[in-house]
Design a protein around this ligand. Sequence first.
Ligand SMILES: CC(C)(COP(=O)(O)OP(=O)(O)OC[C@H]1O[C@@H](n2cnc3c(N)ncnc32)[C@H](O)[C@@H]1OP(=O)(O)O)[C@@H](O)C(=O)NCCC(=O)NCCS
Length: 214
Amino acid sequence: MGAASSKILGGSKSKSRSTSQLAIEAAPPADAAPDTTTAAAPAAPAVAACFPPSLIDPDVQAALPDGYVIRPLEAADFDKGYLQLLAELTEVGSIERDAFNERFAYFQKHNDTYCPLVIEDTNVGKVVGAGTVVIEHKFLHELGKVGHIEDIVVDANQRGKKLGLRVIAALVFISKSLGSYKTILNCSEGNIGFYEKCGFTKKEVEMVMYHNKS
Ligand SMILES: CC(C)(COP(=O)(O)OP(=O)(O)OC[C@H]1O[C@@H](n2cnc3c(N)ncnc32)[C@H](O)[C@@H]1OP(=O)(O)O)[C@@H](O)C(=O)NCCC(=O)NCCS
């Protein structure tokens, strides 16, 4: 399968739930001219990381097992099993490399809002943990911000090594670093214990209305 045409076929598990100056400085210019010197495949992003690596808590990195790295999502993670990992959480669908890169570039451009991170097991060159924090910018609380944790998953073969705990700790660090006054998330009943171990407490009720679903 050619690089430009390779695609990920997502899983079908039931849906579980779910800058500051610093980041803006590190972002590529929004209107940066694309690299047209290469062939049809989309150019590799000028900046590899989706958001500034300085937002990764060094204490979380230090707590990981040897060979494991926690870092911002990179476009190259398309080839390191990122979408297959997300498919362990819920349906991903069919995503071409070009579409992946386009969404990646959107996140990168809006890196005061979207911070997807991964844990890579560099011993095997695979992404084994992932999570995202989305920073909501509000009028309330004097232009306050709220961090929303989304899309937490650890590879089934790697669970029980505290990788999930590390992903959450790193996302909370980002949320706080970007000025959020609180960090929230939704989860299934079965994961309440996990999030309590991560320091969260249960509050209120989630409601949902799905669109365009049969
Ligand atoms: C939930 C998930 C991310 C946990 O990842 P993990 O790396 O296995 O969890 P950790 O090893 O970091 O667990 C940290 C602590 O939480 C506990 N824990 C983990 N999952 C738990 C659960 N579902 N219920 C209660 N406690 C749980 C662990 O026993 C551990 O406790 P300890 O510190 O006393 O040893 C992982 O099981 C997963 O990817 N599940 C499928 C996708 C999913 O449900 N994602 C969450 C969407 S909201």
